[in-house]
Design a binder for this molecule. Structure first.
Ligand SMILES: [Ca+2]
Ligand SMILES: [Ca+2]
Ligand SMILES: [Ca+2]
Ligand SMILES: [Ca+2]
Length: 325
């Protein structure tokens, strides 16, 4: 074998190659280059059929300060195992917006159904979620623990104090929503200017509660304690990924009950300037048994938890899932 000689030492060629390999793998620039060659994004919004355009009801920023978007809520509204998209919108407001802004009079919220092939179909009107409120915050919440994810939304503008009622849209399980808020609490009949909203089980009793901030003249926060969902069963999951709880964000959970499957995303934020309960909440209705939970961790690992207990919160750590197959 050919060798390289330095002073009195003879260095084999394979050792030179070895040193070069170590240098290359430890060089941060080479790592950056490798990462850049693997990770990239392509804007496919149009091809995916998402034609959402946020409006604040006007062409200029002179009248209404709240001209920022209101976030995106991702949840499976029709229980077909495919996560769908819900986006709130602003709107034209008579007497406040410029008259030119009247073209934005019929801009409602948008619900996009995931077709499962990389495209979405807008179903806002048929689903009954295209209200014309000035939407600011939305949360997917199974408020009655029946297994169908419902929608809470906070509405209203601030600068001119246009107050609007918050909504609690109950999902009938077939993809249609109806506002049931006023039947459940006077708060839903009160016009406010809601801003940030979070859904979480603050008293750990298994049903989801709601907190909303407001920027109307009262400027108070409202905490809505849920007192009616405990007749149905439920399960809550606190997921901890291999690098801590944050590394489990984005994990997908498929819950199988008999021949039914439901999908949940471990997402802590679905709304405007707020953070939801970091636990995945699963309403079970009258089901007393879950056949299995499949967890698709963010790094691609899949683990299965068979026959988990219900009506409690479980902490699940990646790599330590009971009954893993
Ligand atoms: Ca779906
Ligand atoms: Ca529900
Ligand atoms: Ca609760
Ligand atoms: Ca309760």
């Amino acid at each position: 074998m050919k060798t390289y000689i330095y002073k009195n030492y003879t260095i084999p060629k394979w050792f030179i190659f070895y040193l070069y390999l170590i240098f290359f793998l430890s060089n941060p620039f080479s790592k950056l280059s490798a990462q850049n060659s693997k990770v990239y994004f392509t804007d496919v919004t149009k091809q995916a059929g998402i034609n959402f355009r946020y409006t604040f009801g006007d062409y200029t920023y002179e009248n209404i300060l709240e001209s920022s978007g209101s976030g995106i809520t991702i949840f499976d509204y029709n229980n077909d195992g495919l996560p769908d998209l819900y986006m709130l919108n602003g709107t034209y407001i008579e007497g406040i917006s410029d008259t030119d802004g009247k073209v934005f009079e019929n801009t409602g919220n948008k619900l996009y159904k995931n077709n499962g092939n990389g495209t979405f179909t807008e179903v806002s009107q048929e689903a009954g979620v295209d209200d014309r409120n000035w939407g600011m915050a939305a949360g997917a919440i199974d408020y009655d623990n029946d297994g169908d994810l419902d929608i809470f939304s906070a509405n209203g503008t601030a600068e001119e104090l246009i107050l609007q009622p918050p909504l609690l849209l109950e999902n009938d399980g077939k993809g249609h929503f109806q506002n049931v808020g006023p039947e459940l609490c006077d708060y839903f009949s009160t016009k406010r200017s809601g801003r940030a909203a979070a859904v979480w089980d603050y008293d750990n009793d298994g049903d989801m509660d709601i907190i909303v901030s407001h920027i109307d003249l009262q400027a108070t926060a409202t905490l809505l304690r849920n007192d009616g969902a405990n007749s149905n069963h439920w399960l809550g999951l606190k997921l901890i990924g291999e690098n801590g709880p944050a590394s489990a964000i984005g994990a997908r959970i498929i819950v199988t009950i008999g021949n039914k499957k439901r999908v949940y995303i471990n997402q802590w934020s679905t709304s405007y300037l707020s953070n939801n309960d970091p636990r995945v909440h699963i309403g079970l209705g009258q089901n007393r048994h879950i056949d299995r939970i499949e967890i698709f961790w963010s790094n691609g690992r899949k683990e299965t938890y068979n026959n988990p207990p219900i009506d409690r919160y479980l902490t699940i750590e990646e790599g330590r899932v009971p009954s893993t197959q």
